[in-house]
Write a protein that binds this ligand. Structure first.
Ligand code: FAD
Length: 320
């Protein structure tokens, strides 16, 4: 039985399709999630990624008009959601695991939970700086970079745990994915340095790369070539997300530090008073990107749903 992302890729005779979903906001029901996922099952995704969202601080007003800073997690439940998906759809899941907010011991415990549940995939990430912070501040006793998290998981795969009582008792068997940035991670001083840091994640034991979204396939193809020149040989999965509103022409570059090609931005501006036409332009662009990536033989096209699936059904139907 196949379980790992790399096993699915190795066995596939054509490009796979996969999806990333966000855990529902606290207060919503799991039924909302199923309603979103049900239509995607038409495409038989071999795996579904589930993002991880750490706590953010908010200020709460006290009765005496002073304020108190409290941590709030709006979207908990990554592991539970992964289990629910496997149980309901018999589809493998890839929980995202981040460094921010985790000590190394808490990371070990989270991975042991996944191991108990038979979830043998994980996307190992550093996490972004908290909204209240200008830069990423590592948690005391936690990891500073995703490469360190990868190394911890790789050790666990060899039966080496922080809890010495566990040594030589069992081994985990995680397939480890890491993030890659065709347009460079925003903190890296240059592409070369970013690629070296990416190679460090692979050398630490990562098995494949999943990319940040991009809207110009040439940037992805150039990135793959640069990775190969750097000696990175693992599969590289492109990640895509259609633009579905005029607002995203500025919010996507701001949040993700990526470019929107002029042709796409111009086409959207031309129909900016017609919300449906904007969605159509975004969909058509994403379909064209996907078709070109499939024709180039990428192992899988990964779609970031960001909680909206309707457009992805049309895109996936047009491509797969
Ligand atoms: P790293 O690989 O640690 O890199 C971060 C920066 O540090 C880079 O600039 C890198 O060049 C640099 N660097 C790495 N090693 C070193 C070193 N030894 N010395 C100096 N510099 C170094 N965030 C979430 O919070 N939850 C999610 O679920 C989530 N899912 C994501 C999925 C994908 C596919 C992608 C692409 C991103 C996702 N993110 C998520 C966002 C991610 O956490 C951020 O982009 C974060 O800023 C970097 O994470 P990373 O794992 O790439 O970090």
């Amino acid at each position: 039985m196949l379980v790992k992302v790399t096993e699915y890729i190795a066995q596939a005779d054509k490009t796979l399709v996969s999806f990333e979903i966000l855990p529902p906001q606290k207060g919503q029901s799991i039924k909302e999630l199923y309603k979103m996922l049900d239509p995607l099952m038409e495409f038989s995704p071999p795996f579904i990624n589930v993002t991880y969202h750490r706590s953010e601080y908010i200020f709460k007003r006290n009765a005496d008009a002073t304020f108190i800073k409290v941590p709030v997690r709006k979207r908990p439940g990554t592991v539970g959601i992964c289990s629910a998906i496997r149980y309901r759809y018999k589809v493998d899941t890839v929980p995202h695991l981040i460094c921010g907010g985790f000590t190394k011991d808490a990371t070990e415990d989270a991975l042991i939970d996944l191991h108990y549940l038979g979830i043998n995939n994980v996307l190992a990430l550093r996490g972004d700086p908290m909204k209240s912070e200008n830069e990423f501040i590592p948690t005391t006793g936690g990891h500073s970079y995703a490469s360190e998290l990868v190394q911890q998981i790789a050790y666990m795969n060899k039966g080496v745990f922080l809890d010495e009582n566990l040594r030589s008792t069992f081994k985990t068997d995680f397939c480890i994915g890491v993030a890659g940035y065709p347009e460079k991670h925003f903190e890296a001083p240059n592409m070369k340095t970013d690629l070296r840091n990416l190679k460090a994640k692979i050398d630490a034991g990562a098995h494949y790369i999943m990319t940040q979204m991009f809207y110009d396939n040439q940037k992805f193809f150039a990135f793959v070539q640069q990775c190969r020149e750097e000696g990175i040989t693992v599969p590289i999965i492109p990640g895509l997300k259609p633009i579905t509103s005029i607002r995203q022409l500025s919010s996507i570059p701001r949040f993700f530090k990526i470019d929107i090609p002029a042709d796409l931005a111009d086409a959207m501006e031309k129909c900016k008073d017609d919300a449906e036409a904007v969605v159509e332009v975004g969909k058509e662009w994403c379909i064209a990107q996907s078709k070109e990536l499939v024709a180039a033989g990428v192992p899988c096209v990964h779609f970031y749903t960001m909680g909206r699936v309707d457009t992805f059904v049309d895109i996936a139907r047009a491509v797969f």
